[in-house]
Design a protein around this ligand. Structure first.
Ligand SMILES: NCc1[nH]cc(CCC(=O)O)c1CC(=O)O
Length: 302
């Protein structure tokens, strides 16, 4: 049997995630091979992502490899995947979500610092804006690179702290202390590993579907619809979290101005039978309630 080629970025986290997918596929009887591909997002480390002005910097090279049939599937962190996918590429399965929240990691000597006087290294517009909403005086520094690189930069003293997705820390088995930051709403589809494949590869897609985690799929579909309807192709401070509780879904969403001064929040519980287009419906409400003006302002200043 021909081996199924699993494309992935070559960062330690991406490779871990590809191996996780590989072990699921092996249970389906697939023979597999991991194909690491260097992505443009990993090459261009000097600028914050939003400044590159293009979406999909982590996924583009894997999309091309898929379309050229150099790989059969691509494994991504779903939160890095643009909501608008290239023609003939689809997300065919997601793994069960774990540890979706953001956490604060301080460098060793920053312990006694008051939370208000922290300097935080992050290039995420969402993390900055949502943090500034609570602590407007906090300073920020840009930082790029994979989890290990960012920890090294923090050690070098570019800031007192940084913010990570807890999923990344857990998957890398890093022995570092972190603090919960419950006020900082996670990115849409954070903590979720996704498998992309060619939309017309029906036979493969049918089999991929069998390893997809249904509950996670429903939740991230809502979160990504919310994001897609709000952003219209530009990066903005947007958070979203859909959770299933006894057959109901709770959705929490937030859109903020870049300085965190103006935020529009939404928090709704609904039956999961009504979940169709729910993300879009909520986003349209946010846009009507001042979200449109906020998005226009963000687009102008980026
Ligand atoms: N943009 C970087 C990125 N993309 C996915 C993860 C971690 C895994 C995940 O949350 O899905 C990270 C690192 C981070 O945000 O700290």
């Amino acid at each position: 049997m021909k081996k199924l080629k699993i494309g992935t970025r070559n960062s330690p986290l991406a490779l871990w995630q590809a191996q996780e997918v590989e072990s699921k596929l092996k249970t389906l009887g697939f023979e597999t091979e991991i194909v690491p591909i260097i992505s443009s997002g990993d090459k261009n480390l000097n600028q914050p992502l939003y400044a590159l002005g293009i979406t999909g910097v982590f996924t583009k090279d894997l999309d091309i490899a898929l379309l050229n049939k150099e790989i059969d599937i691509a494994v991504h962190s779903l939160k890095d995947v643009p909501t608008q996918l290239p023609h003939n590429i689809q997300i065919s399965a997601v793994l069960e979500r774990d540890f979706p929240e953001d956490v604060l990691v301080r460098n060793d000597d920053s312990e006694p610092l008051d939370i208000e006087v922290l300097k935080i290294a992050t290039s995420s517009l969402r993390r900055r804006a949502f943090w500034l909403k609570e602590f407007p005086e906090t300073e920020f520094a840009d930082i790029r690179g994979n989890v290990q690189t960012r920890l090294k930069k923090l050690d070098d003293g570019i800031a007192n702290a940084t913010i990570f997705s807890l999923a990344g820390i857990k998957r890398m088995n890093l022995d570092i202390t972190y603090e919960q930051i419950p006020f900082l709403l996670q990115a849409p589809s954070q903590g979720v590993v996704a498998i992309a494949s060619l939309s017309d590869n029906d036979k493969l897609n049918e089999r991929l579907k069998t390893i997809s985690h249904k509950e996670t799929e429903i939740c991230v579909t809502i979160e990504r619809e919310f994001l897609k309807t709000l952003e219209g192709g530009c990066t903005a401070p947007i958070g979203a979290k859909a959770e299933m509780l006894d057959g109901k879904i709770r959705f929490i969403g937030r859109l903020c101005s870049l300085d965190g001064k103006n935020c529009i929040d939404t928090d709704e519980i609904f039956d999961w039978n009504d979940s169709e287009n729910f993300g879009e419906k909520i986003a349209l409400k946010v846009l009507e309630n001042g979200g449109k003006e906020l998005m226009d302002e963000i687009r102008k200043s980026l």
